[in-house]
Design a protein around this ligand. Structure first.
Ligand SMILES: Nc1ncnc2c1ncn2[C@@H]1O[C@H](COP(=O)(O)OP(=O)(O)OP(=O)(O)O)[C@@H](O)[C@H]1O
Length: 621
């Protein structure tokens, strides 16, 4: 039984999603879980695979080869989610090669892994599109067809050689022909001796004919569990005859769907459902008694069970190591994948470079006439430095936040399959951002710096570029930390600008240090904008003189760099201090992001074992 609590306050109630289900799946067979929308198919599949999200109660017993689901269960099963979460910038072969590399131990050897990938490609009918980019998702690349993407997704999971394969709606979103191809591929997978369990909503008749067994659900109750070919006969015996030349799947779904259009029709269909559920429970119980009296064991339809043997794939449930490879190997593989992704994302790379170049050109144009000798000219320089610091801070933070939010679906799926550790992924992904950060900011600095009146020495230019690069990398780390702390992408995107505005306030530009309330003085120490502006200002104004005073000041009047730094609250500071602050913040934000990512691992609901020794319900024949 699976139930959740819904509603708030007085409207709080317990909702039963699955009730009194039982079943058995055998190796070499394809079991389809079918039912109308909302009948509990996905919940049942997740419950069997141990992937129900936390928040609710799950009671029952799930056994594999007579043993309760234990720590080794994950290593012999694979789960294909309804959405094909793959990286669009890798080809089908690269996607599968990566999966083989990361999920199989190094001892298997590269040649054997490549051979295995080729076999999976052949087996799933992907040879024609093996070297085509997967496409779709967040990329603008067209890529392979929906059916090929789905089969690639299945291939990724098959590479871990599972004995038991769960698939949630493998045909959803596919046209009839693609759906047929996918299901035929699954039949071939089952033919290797694996147990395949999939949910399906409305299969065409040729797909229905591929199922060995059928589990029919309606409103969380079992209405039929047995040979798919025998379902029509079973319901005909109960007075519900499938018309000739009719798709049995359509007939069954019409029969077991609740008609919500009118109160009367809803009551009538619910009553029919109750009677069908009752009839099946009686039939299953009679069959169990007969089997018991024949000495074949006593199947029970009361507890949710699934018993899949494991002759076809990875063997028994002996606990394997948590990860197939060591952290160094994971790091290299993940770094390789991230590098490929970054280098293939041409449109994004060009857009980012153009963005920085255009902003830099606008700054250069607007500030090209500023001069220290003009009254208040130093204020223009401060504004320009502040704008540079804000642009870099904002750009880097939003960029990394969006990037990691978009990748999250794939990484969550990979982490749920225990493909790799967080550390190697995090390190590989962030290292790949470094060259981009350097190129972008060198371009930005080169356009802005020499066109405006900033400190015209080579050393000052190099330091300017180093400060913006460091600030950029710190901003990236902050973006990652926000995306890790706030798991919901849209909320994270709303939080990020607020954080920037908050940090901007304490950067030293809008409010001088002296005016900030003492209780908030510490905020500047966690602001990369503060250190960015500090580094840029100290680099620009230190050792310079001859700045004209603002209009209105008693003339003649001149300021030197130290006076201006003092106005900004940076008197006595050095560029080294700014670098140190940025490096420490970068480290701190990265540690925060890493820890949050680790803590935010996918969590699933534990199973309360209700009937430990019950025999699984055998399918009706
Ligand atoms: N965590 C939850 N909290 C509240 N209700 C839930 C929860 N999980 C599932 N449900 C409800 O349980 C019912 C079954 O959901 P489930 O997703 O398993 O159905 P389904 O048959 O897979 O549907 P579909 O074919 O539309 O994907 C639905 O009414 C759903 O709204």
């Amino acid at each position: 039984m699976y139930s959740v609590t819904v509603g708030w306050g007085r409207k709080r109630a317990v909702k039963t999603i699955l009730d009194g289900l039982g079943g058995h799946a055998a190796p070499g067979q394809l079991l389809a879980v079918m039912g109308p929308t909302g009948s509990g198919k996905t919940s049942l599949l997740n419950a069997l695979a141990g992937r129900l999200p936390t928040g609710g109660t799950l009671e029952g017993s799930v056994t594999v080869n007579g043993q309760h689901r234990g720590p080794g269960f994950r290593s012999i099963t694979a789960f294909v989610t309804q959405d094909d979460v793959l990286f669009g910038t890798l080809t089908v072969r690269e996607t599968l090669r990566f999966a083989a590399g990361i999920r199989l131990p190094a001892a298997v050897g590269d040649a054997a892994k490549a051979a295995l990938v080729d076999r999976v490609i052949q087996h799933l009918g992907l040879a024609k599109s093996a070297d085509t980019l997967v496409g779709g998702g967040t990329t603008l690349v067209r890529g392979v067809s929906g059916g090929e993407r789905k089969r690639t997704n299945i291939g990724v999971e098959l590479l871990s050689n599972p004995s038991l394969l769960f698939l949630d709606e493998p045909t959803s979103g596919l046209d009839a022909f693609q759906a047929q191809n996918v299901m035929q591929a699954l039949l071939a997978v089952a033919g290797e001796g694996r147990t395949v369990v999939c949910t399906i909503h409305q299969p065409r008749s040729s797909i229905y004919a591929l199922f060995d067994h059928l589990c029919l659900l309606s409103e969380g109750r079992l209405l039929y569990f047995g040979a798919a070919a025998g379902a029509a006969g079973y319901f005909a015996a109960a007075g519900h005859v499938c018309p000739p030349h009719h798709n049995p799947a359509d007939f069954l779904l019409d029969l077991i769907s609740v008609d919500y259009r009118f109160t009367e029709s809803e009551a009538a269909t619910r009553e029919r459902m109750r009677a069908l559920a009752q009839q099946f429970a009686t039939q299953a119980s009679t069959q169990a008694q007969l089997a018991g009296s024949n000495g074949a064991g006593a199947p029970s339809g009361a507890a949710p069970q699934d018993s899949g043997s494991s002759s076809g794939g990875g063997g028994g449930m002996d606990a394997k190591p948590r990860f197939a490879n060591g952290p160094f190997r994971e790091f290299w593989l993940l770094l390789g994948r991230a590098t490929r992704q970054a280098s293939r994302n041409h449109a994004e790379n060009i857009a980012l470079l153009c963005q920085m170049a255009v902003i830099a050109a606008v700054f250069a144009w607007i500030y090209s006439n500023t001069s220290p000798s003009l009254p208040g000219g130093y204020q223009d320089e401060i504004s320009l430095l502040f704008l540079c610091a804000v642009t870099v801070a904002m750009n880097s933070m939003m960029g990394s936040l969006i990037l990691f939010s978009l990748e999250r679906q794939v990484t969550d799926r990979e982490r749920a399959s225990r493909a790799y550790r967080v550390g190697p992924y995090y390190l590989g992904r962030t290292l790949v951002l470094v060259p981009r950060s350097i190129i972008q900011n060198l371009l930005f600095g080169s356009v802005v710096y020499w066109a405006t009146g900033l400190n015209p020495t080579g050393v000052a230019f190099v330091l300017f570029c180093c400060v913006v690069i460091c600030e950029d990398m710190t901003g990236q780390a902050l973006g990652l930390a926000i995306s890790a702390v706030v798991p919901e992408e849209k909320v994270a995107l709303a939080v990020a600008p607020m954080v920037v505005i908050f940090l901007m306030l304490f950067s030293g530009f809008y409010v001088s240090s002296a005016a900030i309330p003492p209780v908030l003085k510490w905020v500047k120490y966690i602001s990369h904008l503060y250190y960015g502006l500090q580094g840029l200002a100290v680099n620009n104004f230190s050792g310079r003189s001859g700045y004209a005073c603002p209009v209105g000041a008693p003339q003649p009047c001149q300021l030197d760099g130290a006076d201006i730094l003092s106005q900004l609250g940076f008197e006595g500071d050095s560029v080294g201090q700014a670098f140190m602050g940025l490096l420490l913040l970068m480290l701190g934000y990265n540690v925060l992001a890493y820890v949050c990512l680790r803590l935010r691992k996918p969590r699933y609901m534990p199973l309360k074992v209700a009937k430990p020794s019950a025999e699984p319900l055998q399918p009706l024949q």
